[in-house]
Design a protein around this ligand. Structure first.
Ligand code: F6R
Length: 261
């Protein structure tokens, strides 16, 4: 696990965007996994800007969305599909129909989850998965406890998560759906590269526990310790509880040039 402590959310976004840029230059058909929420927004802004400058193209990219709410109507503006289309997809050249979202409409969510897993497999797996982290350590909607080998499935959102996400629902936690469908931890761990971005003091405790604490279903992000290529990018505030911060800085400063993300 590589820990990168940056001076600002903007710097974190530049480093995350660099990982995307390197992937897009190095492969003909990239498969990327995207998250919603506030943490990845600066990364999306940076990628949109690079796309505008002709530096990156998503024209041959497949996109898998990490998770989706269950129970919102197909046109609801707070569907995570709507969010990612608005904040990113519609502003770059991702082809029409290249975005795959767990389908939350059908009554049979179990088969929808299986279909989603199959679509990831048929695409050849995810090359680069972008993640945020919840205050309780969730990744996707994998609320604690989440099996470390779980696959895409329905999860019940915690009260804390519904309170955190209320800002997108007129500040009313009761308007936030009770359920979500999410890539499982096992699904996420199969992505070839996982990049988690966390900024702000509220993320400092889950980051310290996920990076330096035990691997446990009660701290879903700690599963990234089991991933062979996970990059955790934090700003100073989110990294402030890391006990070995100085060592992580030293590693990053001395990173061999050939060992880029
Ligand atoms: C988003 C998602 C969530 C968020 C997490 C952090 O698709 O799955 O796990 O990444 O809740 O949200 P923000 O970034 O808004 O603090």
């Amino acid at each position: 696990m590589e820990i990168v402590i940056t001076g600002s959310a903007r710097e974190a976004a530049i480093i995350a965007a660099d990982a995307f840029e390197r992937l897009l230059w190095g492969t003909d058909r990239a498969v990327i996994g995207l998250a919603t929420g506030s943490s990845p927004l600066p990364t999306y802004h940076e990628l949109i800007e690079r796309h505008g400058n002709g530096r990156v193209s998503f024209a041959r990219t497949r996109v898998f969305l990490l998770d989706e709410y269950v129970g919102l109507g197909p046109e609801h503006p707070q569907l995570l599909r709507s969010f990612i289309e608005r904040e990113f997809i519609d502003q770059v050249d991702v082809p029409a129909n290249a975005l795959v979202v767990p389908q939350c409409g059908p009554a049979d969510l179990a088969s929808a989850a299986e279909t989603y897993e199959r679509r990831i497999a048929n695409a050849g797996g995810i090359d680069l998965q972008l993640l945020g982290i919840g205050r309780n350590g969730h990744i996707g909607f994998n609320e604690p406890p989440s099996s470390l080998v779980s696959r895409t499935r329905l999860k019940t959102l915690t009260t804390a998560t519904r309170q955190d996400n209320a800002r997108f629902f007129g500040n009313d936690p009761d308007m936030v759906p009770l359920h979500g469908i999410t890539q499982g931890i096992g699904t996420i761990l199969e992505a070839r590269h996982v990049v988690l971005v966390a900024t702000g003091e509220a993320k400092s405790e889950p980051i310290a526990k996920a990076v330096e604490g035990p691997v446990t279903a009660m701290m879903p992000a700690s599963a990234l310790q089991l991933h062979p290529h996970a990059t955790v990018i934090v700003d100073e505030a989110a990294g402030q509880q890391l006990r070995h911060a100085d060592y992580y800085r030293e590693i990053y400063r001395n990173k061999p040039v050939w060992q880029h993300f």
